[in-house]
Ligand binder design. Structure first.
Ligand code: GLN
Length: 312
């Protein structure tokens, strides 16, 4: 894996920042969660956290945005850490090829979601964590604050409420899994936790720092014990590569070739194992719910640095 030549990364990021903004207007801000439309669509931020501890950032990299499905990465890591391979009894690890909120496969696959990064799978993960933590919302916030090194992180209560009041499809997914015996808690309670989790806000800089452990074999920024083992980290990255962009995962692997996790807030996190974690944000989405300018920026970054397409 090649790293960008020393000193050239800041210049490259500035060029990408300028060119990514030419993509404004090509996508649409998510509006099925009404409060997400409050955001100014013409924003772009990019942060690269290198494994040596340095960070490079351009654009609106310090503006907090709604993490949405990116939180599925963190809840999966927490559940994988506590359940180990037992987790795979409740959720699969295959790409779904279907929309992130699809219910179709659950019908034929007996209530076992394809992977932890689609909504059904993430709801199962949140169900597992709801059983484990008395106050999952605050436990998760505490974990995210430690990872990002930012004690003031919070969820946006307006966005959480807006999603909760319109979460009929997610409630249907949870109830359907409950009917198959793959849900332990009251779906309404899990939905409360899920909507708060999704409404957590971070900036690109904070998100890049919070995911740096995935580029460092599970080791965080402080001298604390590893977040997860090196072996688990490889597996998280593999799952991000195959399932991290919903039904766009194949296209992401083709264009970028890095483990990613996307969210309908317009954020994307990408991992370059052994090199860096990257967070990019721009609110306008393509039809699959992935950031248009963010995807373009990652493709440009991967092409110019040689990051990605490991082993090909
Ligand atoms: N909270 C959103 C939902 O459940 C997250 C979806 C996403 O980011 N793809 O619909």
């Amino acid at each position: 894996m090649t790293a960008a030549p020393d000193g050239q990364l800041p210049l490259l990021l500035e060029r990408i920042d300028r060119q990514a903004r030419e993509r404004f207007g090509l996508g649409r801000v998510a509006d099925y969660i009404p409060a997400l439309t409050d955001v100014d669509p013409r924003q772009f931020g990019l942060a690269v956290a290198l494994v040596d501890g340095t960070c490079h950032a351009v654009g609106q990299a310090d503006v907090p945005f709604s993490l949405q499905s990116i939180t599925k990465l963190f809840t999966f890591v927490l559940a994988f850490r506590s359940e180990g391979d037992g987790l795979w009894r409740r959720v699969g690890r295959e790409p779904s090829g279907a929309a992130f909120n699809s219910i179709v496969q659950l019908e034929t696959e007996s209530g076992i979601p394809r992977n932890p990064f689609i909504n059904a799978g993430a709801l199962v993960v949140t169900d597992i964590l709801t059983s484990r933590y008395a106050h999952l919302d605050y436990a998760l916030l505490g974990a995210l604050r430690r990872l990002a090194g930012e004690p003031r992180l919070y969820w946006n209560a307006r966005v959480a409420l807006s999603e909760r009041q319109t979460a009929w499809r997610n409630l249907a997914l949870a109830c359907f899994m409950k009917s198959h015996g793959n849900f332990d808690n009251d779906p309404e309670l899990v939905l409360d936790n899920y909507c708060r989790q999704c409404a957590t806000e971070m900036s690109c800089l904070q998100l890049a720092r919070a995911t740096r452990f995935l580029a460092r074999g599970g080791r965080g920024d402080t001298g604390d014990p590893p977040v997860i083992s090196a072996d688990q980290t490889r597996r998280v990255n593999a799952l991000m590569l195959t399932c991290g962009a919903y039904d766009g995962a194949g296209d992401f692997a083709y264009r970028i070739g890095l483990p990613v996790k996307t969210g309908v807030g317009g954020g994307i996190v990408a991992i370059v194992p052994g090199v860096a974690s990257i967070a990019v944000w721009s609110p306008e989405l393509d039809t699959r719910g992935n950031s248009v300018a963010g995807t373009w920026a990652l493709e440009a970054l991967a092409r110019h640095t040689g990051w990605g397409h490991t082993g090909f």
